[in-house]
Design a protein around this ligand. Structure first.
Ligand SMILES: Nc1ncnc2c1ncn2[C@@H]1O[C@H](COP(=O)(O)OP(=O)(O)OP(=O)(O)O)[C@@H](O)[C@H]1O
Ligand SMILES: [Mg+2]
Length: 219
C-alpha cells in the first residue's frame, strides 16, 4: 500500500487542501484511495462528506477515539494531520508513511517555524531510524513578491543534518480555485481545465515525484 502523510505543525499552511487534492489525483488514476483525517477539526472529513457521489470515490477513515480503521483493499492511503502535533503522534505518522509532503506558507514567521520543525524532525528521525522520504511545497504563494523569492531560495537550498538536500517540489499559488473546489468536495483536477491550467502545471513536479520511486523509502 502506498502511504503519504501531509504534515507541518503550523496551522493553516494547506495540509487539508493538499491532502484532499493528492487523494483526488490518485482516485482519478483509478486507485482505491483512503483519506485518513487525523485532525479532530475534520476538514478533510467535511470535504469527503460533500464530495459528489458521481465523482471518483475516496474512502474516508475518520479518527475515532485515536484509532483509524483503514480498509484492507486500500491502494493509496493519505493522512491529513493536525496542527501543533506532539512528538508521540509525529513519530507514529513518520513510521506509518513512506512519504511526507510538507506545505510551507511564504511568510517570514512560517519559514522560521518550518526551519525549526525540520531540525526537530531530523533529530527525531535519527532516533527512530525511519526511511521516510520528505519533500517541501511552498503554498499560497503570491508570485512576484520578495518573500516568495526568499522562500523558493530557502527551500531550494535546504540542507539536512546528513548533508543531503531536502527536495523542494513546487510553488502552489494562492488561488480561489482551491477554495471553489473545496466548497464542492472537488479537487482542482476536477475543475474546468481552462480555469485551473496554471494550478495543474504547478502540481506536476509534486505528482511526478509522488508516482515515482524517488518518493519511496530506499531499500
Ligand atoms: N493555494 C491556496 N490558495 C488559496 N487558498 C488556499 C490555498 N491553500 C489553502 N488555502 C486555504 O487556506 C485555508 C487553510 O488551508 P488548509 O485548511 O488546507 O490548511 P491546514 O494546514 O489544513 O490548516 P489546519 O492546520 O488548521 O488543519 C483554507 O481556507 C484553504 O481553503
Ligand atoms: Mg487541516
Amino acid at each position: 500500500m502506498r502511504s503519504i502523510v501531509v504534515l507541518n505543525p503550523k496551522g493553516g499552511c494547506g495540509k487539508s487542501t493538499i491532502a484532499s487534492n493528492i487523494a483526488a489525483f490518485f482516485a482519478l488514476q483509478g486507485k482505491i484511495v483512503t483519506l485518513a483525517d487525523c485532525d479532530p477539526q475534520g476538514s478533510s472529513q467535511d470535504w469527503l462528506e460533500i464530495r459528489p457521489a458521481s465523482r471518483d470515490k475516496i474512502v474516508s477513515a475518520p479518527l475515532t477515539k485515536n484509532s483509524l480503521q483503514i480498509p484492507k483493499n486500500t491502494e493509496v492511503l493519505i493522512f491529513d494531520t493536525p496542527a501543533a502535533i506532539d512528538d508521540e503522534r509525529l513519530n507514529k505518522f513518520l513510521s506509518q508513511a513512506q512519504t511526507m509532503v510538507m506545505p510551507i506558507i511564504a511568510s517570514p514567521v512560517d519559514i522560521r517555524a518550518a526551519e525549526r520543525f525540520i531540525k526537530d524532525l531530523f533529530s527525531l528521525k535519527g532516533k527512530i531510524n525511519n526511511k521516510i522520504k520528505i519533500a517541501t511545497v511552498a503554498n499560497r504563494v503570491r508570485e512576484d513578491t520578495l518573500i516568495a523569492a526568499k522562500l523558493e531560495n530557502y527551500l531550494q537550498n535546504l540542507t539536512l543534518p546528513n548533508g543531503k538536500k531536502l527536495p523542494f517540489m513546487t510553488m502552489l499559488r494562492q488561488s480561489q480555485n482551491y477554495i471553489r473546489a473545496a466548497e464542492q468536495g472537488l479537487s482542482i483536477f476536477e475543475m474546468a481545465p481552462h480555469k485551473t491550467y496554471y494550478d495543474r502545471e504547478q502540481w506536476e513536479p509534486l505528482l511526478k515525484w509522488l508516482i515515482s520511486s524517488k518518493s519511496l523509502p530506499s531499500k
